[in-house]
Design a binder for this molecule. Structure first.
Ligand code: TYM
Length: 325
């Protein structure tokens, strides 16, 4: 059993990434599991090369700081030759309709507005690159938040199709979604997920935000005027989000965690302290690791070596079965 997942350096890691993904990877990880910084996925819109490089480094440091073992980590672009090859093979068995159905593509391509920023082909095909990430490493379990489950489903479809058409090359993966905090919402607009690449960051809590900034953002979180301290996600989405965050940080059930608070203000103070306590050690360790530049380079190089060796035979098999190379 191999667990495999990634995070894109399209911004700093958020509390959503941390609760929905990183902390679980660190806690539930077994030897042989693999996690990576998907920097190639950070190129699907307009981006700044130096910033992409710096964020890739920061995320690698954050994954280490969260407690993931160095030999379980790599940076995606270090496998560019293999991934490029496998992506092409998979693209040639993925239909246009399948790629066009991806909710994230539909959201991102329409939100950007065609006239402002042209939608790149890379944004359209990146779920296939994601399938290549997963299938190259032979992953069977892919822990992701709800927002990525559809992409893992595509990887599953493509693996089955390739195996059925050409012969067995790939393990068929499945998505595993966490029970609590599967989707942390933007504090300023709870109809949206908390997204590291959001334009406006008032509702986004970043792992590297200092404690005072976290507290300020949480105090300003949008709630409602009903004054009912209950967990009702449909009627009170802002409040429900705060309760879910508190539940995820304290390990208590979401329906019980609000008991005992007199007001929304009191609840927000408790959420702020829980979030600050949760993120402080990760932020401090990330800062230390970024200062240990040579050590970070060494970990990255070793991770690349291990991941490349691990995928080589699968790519060779896929090429042979597909009649190329
Ligand atoms: P990314 O960088 O958007 O997100 C990384 C992980 O964080 C989860 N996540 C959230 N969980 C809860 N609440 C939120 N608000 C929230 N926002 C993000 C995501 O579900 C994800 O688990 N394309 C992927 C990275 C990737 C990948 C892969 C993952 C590339 N190749 C192969 C798995 C397997 C991405 O951009 O994730």
């Amino acid at each position: 059993m191999t667990c495999f997942s990634g995070i894109t350096p399209s911004g700093g890691a958020t509390l959503g990434n941390y609760l929905g993904a990183i902390s679980r990877w660190a806690r539930d990880g077994r030897p042989g599991d693999l996690y990576f910084v998907s920097d190639l996925h950070g190129m699907t819109g307009a981006y700044h090369p130096q910033r992409l490089r710096a964020r890739t480094r920061e995320l690698l440091a954050t994954l280490l700081a969260a407690g993931i073992e160095p030999e379980q980590l790599f940076v995606q672009s270090d496998l560019l030759p293999q991934l490029g090859a496998l992506t092409w093979i998979l693209e040639c068995s993925c239909s246009f309709g399948e790629a066009a159905r991806m909710t994230q593509f539909k959201e991102k391509s329409s939100a950007k507005g065609l006239e402002a920023t042209p939608v790149r082909v890379g944004l359209f095909t990146y779920p296939v690159l994601m399938a290549a990430d997963i299938l190259l490493q032979g992953a069977d379990e892919v822990p992701v938040g709800e927002d990525q489950a559809q992409h893992v489903e595509l990887a599953r479809t493509l693996a089955r199709r390739f195996n059925g058409t050409f012969g067995d090359a790939f393990v068929v993966p499945r998505a595993v979604t966490p029970p609590a905090a599967a989707r942390v919402r933007d504090l300023a607009d709870p109809s949206r997920k908390m997204d590291k690449s959001a334009r406006d960051s008032v509702g986004v809590l970043y792992v590297m935000d200092p404690p005072d900034l976290l507290r300020r953002k949480i105090r300003r979180a949008v709630t409602d005027s009903l004054g009912r301290l209950e967990y009702r996600p449909v009627e009170q989405p802002g409040l429900a989000n705060l309760l879910e965050i508190l539940a995820a940080c304290t390990g208590k059930p979401v329906r019980e965690v609000g008991a005992g608070f007199g007001s929304y203000g009191d609840l927000k103070e408790a959420v702020a302290e829980a979030v600050v306590d949760e993120l402080r050690p990760v932020r401090e360790r990330t800062t230390e690791l970024l200062a240990e530049s040579a050590e970070l380079d060494r970990i990255r190089a070793r991770g690349a070596e291990l991941a490349t060796a691990r995928g080589a035979h699968r790519l060779a098999t896929a090429q042979r079965l597909a009649g190329v190379g």
